[in-house]
Write a protein that binds this ligand. Structure first.
Ligand SMILES: O=C(O)CCC(=O)N[C@@H](CCC(=O)O)C(=O)O
Ligand SMILES: [Zn+2]
Length: 358
């Protein structure tokens, strides 16, 4: 028998409402079939937990396993609206499903309070960081740590089950965010550390089709969600920043037409119309300094409205952390993600320098 949750979801397609009504878990998982109105192709829809929903084609063997995540930070609403709309179209049969897709709405409780997180930044808890000792030594494990583990397990199961379907599969994870500050380059993506493997131009072309022409190459492991999927499952993965954080209702969705249309083409198997790689189409940066906050007394020495990708003269004092001074080391070095309010031990600022890929 259909539960009322399932009935509601099948009628409205509104997975965000279901997710928000169940902040940390749902009582029981459920699945159902849908058919595309246009192609009649059947798909299986499985709600595995709150904010965790999988779509799998039933009439053909797919070749791609695609993870799309949003709300890893609860107040980053544009990605939530994009994913909600895609899920709705799939449930209501308005979109053909060609590939397996896992949608993740990372932190439902943080969505409900309109905050980045409830107790702890979820995007610092992956690759097992959720199980490391906590700074406060209380021994209590907060809910975000449980959620990070649940999200890791969902990704692991999804990719592993794909391998049972066919051997030659491609894995992807696009973790969609928005930035706290405005940016000189409005949309940009962090390409997680690949341990010496080449940066993929075809993936950069995919980003370009999404309207993202600025790429930050990361040179070290992190505890972010995109690095987890890249490192542990060989997925082509990015943290994608789609402009500035705004409350629900204040996003101009026309701004996201590129990303929405490209994701639709990708999951419904249409030609992506990717052009050849041309370095002139991109601004590519590499992460140069990662500045963590180590002291209570941490100060940034520029204004709150200074935008991401603003550069400062060599020698400029960017931040003081107790007695330690962090200065610009190289001409053209620019700031990304400054946040003096992060927990002690966490990243308070990145700097980047311009680079190229071969
Ligand atoms: O604007 C900011 O300060 C933060 C925006 C954001 O959430 N960025 C991600 C980037 C993750 C990565 O480096 O791959 C984050 O800080 O978690
Ligand atoms: Zn974010």
């Amino acid at each position: 028998m259909k539960s009322s949750l399932q009935q509601e979801l099948q009628t409205t397609g509104d997975f965000l409402a279901l997710t928000r009504a169940n902040e940390w878990s749902i009582d029981s998982d459920f699945s159902f079939e849908v058919s595309c109105k246009k192609t009649q192709a059947k798909s299986k829809v499985s709600v595995l937990d709150t904010g965790i929903i999988v779509f799998e084609p039933l009439d053909h063997v797919s070749s791609k396993d695609i993870v799309l995540s949003c709300a890893v930070h609860g107040n980053e609403t544009a990605p939530i609206e994009i994913c909600t709309d895609l899920v709705k179209q799939l449930i209501l049969g308005d979109l053909h499903l060609q590939e397996r897709v896992l949608f993740l709405f990372g932190n439902p409780a943080a969505i409900n309070i309109g905050k980045r997180f409830v107790e702890e930044n979820l995007n610092r808890l992956f690759s097992g960081a959720h199980s490391l000792p906590q700074g406060d030594e209380t021994g209590l494990v907060n809910k975000e740590r449980h959620r990070a583990l649940a999200l890791e397990n969902a990704v692991r199961d999804f990719f592993t089950q794909g391998s049972d379907i066919s051997a030659e599969r491609q894995r992807y994870h696009y973790d969609l965010h928005t930035a706290i500050r405005g940016s000189k380059n409005d949309k940009f993506a962090v390409y997680p550390f690949r341990h010496g493997q080449p940066w993929k131009k075809e993936q950069l072309q995919f980003m370009l089709a999404c309207g993202v022409n600025t790429i930050l190459l990361s040179h070290s492991p992190t505890t972010t969600f995109s690095y987890f999927s890249s490192n542990e499952f060989g997925a082509d993965a990015f943290t994608v920043e789609l402009g500035k954080v705004r409350p629900f209702g204040e996003n101009d969705m026309a701004n996201f037409a590129g990303v929405t249309q490209t994701l639709i083409r990708f999951i419904s198997g249409e030609d992506l119309q990717l052009t050849d790689y041309n370095s002139g189409d991109f601004s590519i940066f590499e992460i140069y300094q990662t500045i963590n906050r180590e002291q209570e007394n941490f100060t940034l020495h520029f204004a709150d409205d200074v935008e991401n990708f603003t550069d400062f003269p060599q020698g400029y004092l960017l931040a003081t952390d107790g007695d330690i001074e962090h200065r610009v080391k190289k001409a053209g070095e620019a700031i990304i993600f400054p946040n003096a309010g992060v927990a002690i031990g966490q990243r308070a600022l990145l700097t980047v320098i311009s680079t190229d890929i071969d």
